[in-house]
Design a protein around this ligand. Structure first.
Ligand code: DC
Length: 216
């Protein structure tokens, strides 16, 4: 197994942007674990499976799911779903389905398999606590709810997804509440993780601060 740099934090904290930059700078691979949860939610919703459906129905579908990454794009059974998994609907369903043990176990195996060969930067909600508790470096990246809502709103705008600032804020807070309070692998800071609040930092500043920590 190569070196693992694990970054957790709530939505809109800047994890993906910063993790990608750090991976590029250090020559590490990059794994967006949220994209795995989004791809599964997308696959489940495509066949109208809902949270109330039983595990057997979910497992039958998971057995047919093949998620792959190429050049920053996400593929489900060979089809590029990179844009579709960034919708508000998938924001919601990825968080909802991620409370299910059967989904988490399935994706845990995939994440660990992807991290077996090369050095890698992984980011998500439980990468420092559950997926890679022995990671070489652990970081918890946070930002204030207002700042995260603003970033999410701007991301929506950038992708021509309609949402008001109030809706973006409500959805960010609701998702964090669910992701932090679920029974299995909730979002929380690992005791030995380096804490960084990016509310008043540029992407460049947050990246530099994390690189300084990594090099210590
Ligand atoms: O990082 P993201 O916003 O793309 O993640 C989407 C959802 O997936 C998030 O709301 C909760 C879930 N998730 C998780 O439970 N564990 C992870 N390691 C990554 C994401």
């Amino acid at each position: 197994m190569g070196k693992v740099i694990a970054i957790d934090g709530p939505s809109g904290a800047g994890k993906s942007t910063i993790a990608k930059l750090i991976a590029r700078e250090l020559g590490f691979d990059y794994l967006d674990t949220g994209a795995l949860y989004r791809a599964v939610a997308f696959a489940l919703r495509k066949v109208d499976i809902d949270i109330k459906d039983d595990d057997k129905k979910i497992m039958d579908l998971l057995l047919k799911v093949n998620i792959s990454f190429n050049n920053g794009r996400v593929f489900l059974n060979g089809r590029d779903i990179s844009s579709e998994i960034r919708s508000r609907e998938i924001d919601y369903y990825s968080s909802v389905f991620s409370t299910k043990k059967i989904v988490r176990d399935f994706l845990l195996t995939i994440q660990r398999k992807l991290a077996t060969i090369n050095n890698i930067v992984v980011e998500g909600r439980d990468t420092t606590t559950v997926a890679f508790p022995d990671a070489w470096k652990k970081i918890y990246l946070d930002a204030s709810p207002d700042e995260r809502a603003k970033r999410r709103y701007l991301q929506f705008k950038d992708k021509a997804i309609y949402a008001t600032m109030d809706e973006a804020k409500r959805e960010v807070i609701e998702r964090d509440r669910r992701d932090s309070n679920r029974d299995i692998a909730p979002l929380k800071k690992a005791e030995d993780a380096f804490f960084i609040d990016s509310s008043n930092m540029s992407v460049e500043q947050a990246k530099e601060e994390i690189l300084r920590f990594i090099k210590t």
